[in-house]
Write a protein that binds this ligand. Structure first.
Ligand SMILES: Cc1cc2nc3c(=O)[nH]c(=O)nc-3n(C[C@H](O)[C@H](O)[C@H](O)COP(=O)(O)OP(=O)(O)OC[C@H]3O[C@@H](n4cnc5c(N)ncnc54)[C@H](O)[C@@H]3O)c2cc1C
Length: 396
């Protein structure tokens, strides 16, 4: 537990979990002048076992689902407000390349034809690129049949900077953010929580934002949504300094072949290795079925050798100038069967965000604003019925 902070006996709002969702909710409440807020985090804020860990997340409006595309536009409006509050840039706008095969199926990140259709409908600017144009413009080696879409207004959220900004915002408002303080149970009416040491905190409202661990707290209440835990591999690779300005942010779509799920992504050079070499972040965007689990404590945290081989193979063969893998990490996706989130009121005193999969960070200001409205007994500002707790895809 944070040495100087003892949990109080009561609070207007108790938030369980200090990742993207919990901290964005706390910061939004802070901006509405609500300081009687306690955020309880079992480990440390945005810790290395949580889904929000790391320095970057992609943001884009290039979605195959028109609803997510519109919500991403709303989130981008809120990001601009967030940057005004922060007085610093929280996102880098350097564009995003979707490239690869086009086939008649949506993946967990959408598809090239689907995204093109939606961007046409919504008048979102993009460039269509051939395989030759991609190879000429970027240090990538696309197959001849590949095509691409480049969304110039997309880029990277600096997630570590965002977490630091929300932490400051909440603490400056007088809220209590207590680390190393695990919640063991939630009152059945949502009117309080019990800590692992037995201490009880009565709450006007409880907001559950405990990521893949939400199930453990909500199952005893019969309120757990149906979620799977996917262990996801990502890594940093050092690159040739002479190419460092040319790496794009990219997502490569390929059909599954054998044990190769075919979906890979990468970022431009946004940081350096400990010894000062430019590095890119890259990852695999699928989890083999045998690694997916229902129990968060059963998740494999060691990088599986075969997945590391596949990621290395893609990077060393499909991206120019890649030198050495210098950091390898497994982070969890909290997945629903329709790859959409759960953001909803569960009863009059209890709200939830979960199922953030590989795409929730870009929606963070919208998630925070919506959870804060629910905690203030208001409705969300935009229609979020696609994230309902009652929908078929997440009901047991
Ligand atoms: C590898 C990877 C890449 C991604 N890429 C992108 C991307 O490019 N773009 C994008 O938009 N999104 C992306 N995402 C998705 C996004 O990062 C996640 O959806 C988001 O971070 C989830 O945040 P969260 O707050 O719900 O969960 P978490 O960050 O997991 O936070 C939950 C917190 O709750 C705490 N907790 C758990 N149980 C308890 C308890 N009993 N008591 C107290 N605390 C508890 C945990 O310790 C944890 O800190 C990616 C995710 C991953 C893993």
């Amino acid at each position: 537990m944070s040495p100087s902070l003892s949990p109080p006996d009561q609070a207007a709002v108790v938030i369980v979990g200090g990742g993207m969702a919990g901290l964005s909710c706390a910061a939004s409440l802070a901006r509405h002048g609500i300081s009687d807020v306690v955020l309880l985090e079992a480990r440390t804020l945005a810790n290395a076992r949580a889904s929000s860990f790391g320095e970057t997340r992609m943001f884009r409006e290039m979605y195959s689902d028109p609803v997510l595309c519109r919500l991403a536009q709303e989130a981008n409006r809120l990001w601009r407000e967030e940057e005004n509050h922060a007085g610093e840039q929280l996102r880098d706008t350097h564009g995003l390349l979707f490239y690869g095969e086009s086939w008649d199926e949506e993946t967990i990140e959408g598809s090239i034809p689907g995204a093109r259709r939606v961007m046409d409908e919504q008048n979102i600017p993009y460039e269509a690129l051939s395989s030759e144009q991609i190879a000429a413009r970027f240090p990538l080696k696309p197959k001849p049949e590949f095509t691409g879409l480049f969304e110039p207004t997309a880029g990277a959220v600096r997630s570590d900077r965002v977490i630091a900004h929300w932490t400051r915002t909440a603490r400056n408002a007088g809220q209590m953010l207590i680390e190393h303080c695990a919640v063991a149970g939630i009152d059945s009416d949502g009117g309080g929580v019990t800590l692992e040491n037995g201490h009880h905190i009565s709450a006007g409202q409880v907001v559950v934002t405990s990521g893949i661990w939400s199930q453990l707290l909500l199952a005893p209440l019969g309120l757990a949504p149906k979620l799977e835990v996917w262990p996801m591999l990502w890594a940093h690779y050092t690159v040739d300094p002479s190419l460092q300005e040319r790496y794009p942010q990219w997502f490569c779509f390929q059909q599954e072949r054998g044990d190769d799920g075919g979906l890979y992504y990468g970022f431009p050079v946004l940081s350096h290795s400990e010894d000062g070499r430019p590095r890119i972040k890259a990852g695999i965007d699928w989890a083999p079925k045998q690694l997916r689990v229902a129990d968060p404590n059963a998740m494999d945290t060691e990088p599986p050798v075969r997945l590391v081989e596949l990621l290395d193979h893609f990077l060393f063969n499909s991206v120019e100038g890649v030198q050495e893998r210098v950091e390898t990490v497994m982070s969890p996706y909290s997945m629903t069967s329709d790859v959409n989130f759960v953001l909803d009121r569960l009863n009059s005193k209890l709200s939830l965000f979960a199922g953030g999969s590989g795409q929730a960070f870009k929606f963070a200001p919208l998630i925070g604003d919506s959870l804060a409205r629910l905690a203030r007994n208001e409705s969300t500002a935009v229609d979020l019925s696609c994230w309902s707790h009652q929908r078929e895809a997440v009901r047991f």
